[in-house]
Design a protein around this ligand. Structure first.
Ligand code: 5GP
Length: 131
C-alpha cells in the first residue's frame, strides 16, 4: 500500500481538503506555497497517464473543484497545476496557489507552516469545496 493510499484510508493523518468515494485531496506536508494541495485517486496507480481515460478526466474535474475552493481561501493570481510523481509512486496532481511563475519552481525552498495554520487552511478549503 502506498503512503498516499494509507493517507486516503485514514491510516496516516493528513490535512484533508476534500474527499469523495473515488478521490482524496490533502495539503502537501512540505508546501511550496500556503494551500499547496495534492489530489489523488483512491485507486493505487503509480503513473498518472496509466489511469483510464474516464478516471483521469474525473480526477481533473475533482481537482478543478478543489482548485476553486483553494482560490476562495488563498489570495492568488491563479492556482497552478503540476504533475511530477518522482517521489511518491501514487498518481497525484499538485495544486499550488501562484502569485507568479516562480511559485511553480519545485527547486524553491519549501515552507514550514505551524500545524494550526495547516489545519485552518485545510478546514477553510473543505468548507468552500463544492463536490
Ligand atoms: P512528487 O512525487 O510529485 O515528486 O512529490 C511528492 C509530494 O508529496 C512532495 O511535494 C511531498 O512534499 C509530498 N509528500 C510526501 N510524503 C507526504 C506525506 O506523507 N504527507 C503529505 N501530506 N505529503 C507528502
Amino acid at each position: 500500500m502506498s503512503i498516499f493510499s494509507k493517507i486516503a484510508a485514514g491510516e496516516i493523518p493528513s490535512y484533508c481538503c476534500a474527499a469523495d468515494d473515488e478521490f482524496y485531496a490533502f495539503l502537501d506536508i512540505n508546501p511550496m506555497a500556503k494551500g499547496h494541495t495534492l489530489v489523488i485517486p483512491r485507486r493505487e496507480v503509480d503513473y498518472i497517464f496509466d489511469l483510464e481515460d474516464d478516471e483521469l478526466a474525473r480526477l481533473h474535474v475533482f481537482a478543478a473543484r478543489v482548485a476553486r475552493a483553494i482560490k476562495k481561501v488563498i489570495p492568488c493570481v491563479k492556482v497552478g497545476e503540476a504533475v511530477l510523481g518522482l517521489e511518491v509512486p501514487h498518481a497525484h496532481i499538485h495544486l499550488i496557489p501562484m502569485q507568479s511563475e516562480r511559485d511553480m519552481l519545485f527547486s524553491n525552498p519549501k515552507l514550514q507552516l505551524p500545524a494550526e495554520e495547516m489545519q485552518a487552511v485545510a478546514d477553510a478549503i473543505r468548507a468552500n469545496f463544492q463536490g
